[in-house]
Write a protein that binds this ligand. Structure first.
Ligand SMILES: [Cu+2]
Length: 163
């Protein structure tokens, strides 16, 4: 019933030429401002999809390589790696990308990301039917608020991937 309503809404939206840009809600997006010589940075946000979606890719003009990353424990060391198969965005669930967890990774930076400036970030999203589309965001650059190292560790050890 719900899916049917949604499909009908999509059909109407398409018929009226309305872009379904509001399918995925983005809250609190920011990218970590870089310091001199820094070649990589991360971006963070909370993403809420109103239908099951998968974040399959990301790009920005300021980086040569952009990936969706996760932090994983490997031999007691936190490492980050690309999320294989994309990051699931279950319908109605807020998925938070934050330091120490999921993040958008921008590598091979072509320019500095300065505090107070914004960069364009394009998310590639795939729906349950396998259709992909892109959503462009303006993401402001902010400095990372430094936290005590020990506190960070404690947080990470207790970290579980919640639902
Ligand atoms: Cu990363």
């Amino acid at each position: 019933m719900k899916a049917k309503n949604w499909a009908l809404g999509l059909l109407l939206g398409a018929a009226l030429g309305i872009a379904s840009a509001q399918d995925v809600k983005i809250d609190g997006a920011w990218v970590r401002a870089t310091v001199a010589g820094q070649k990589a940075t991360g971006a963070f946000m909370t993403i809420t999809a109103d239908q099951d979606m998968t974040l399959v890719g990301v790009s920005t003009p300021v980086a040569g390589v952009s990936q969706v990353h996760e932090m994983v424990m490997s031999n007691d060391v936190m490492r980050m790696s690309e999320v294989k198969g994309g990051l699931p965005l279950p319908a109605g669930q807020a998925v938070t990308l934050k330091p120490g967890g999921y993040h958008l990774m921008f590598m091979d930076l072509k320019q500095a990301v300065k505090e107070g400036e914004s960069i364009d970030v394009t998310l590639t999203l795939r729906d349950a039917q396998g259709k992909s589309r892109q959503q462009v965001l303006r993401v402001p650059a902010k400095p990372l608020v430094m936290q005590p190292k020990s506190g960070m560790h404690g947080d990470m050890k207790g970290h579980q991937h919640g639902s």
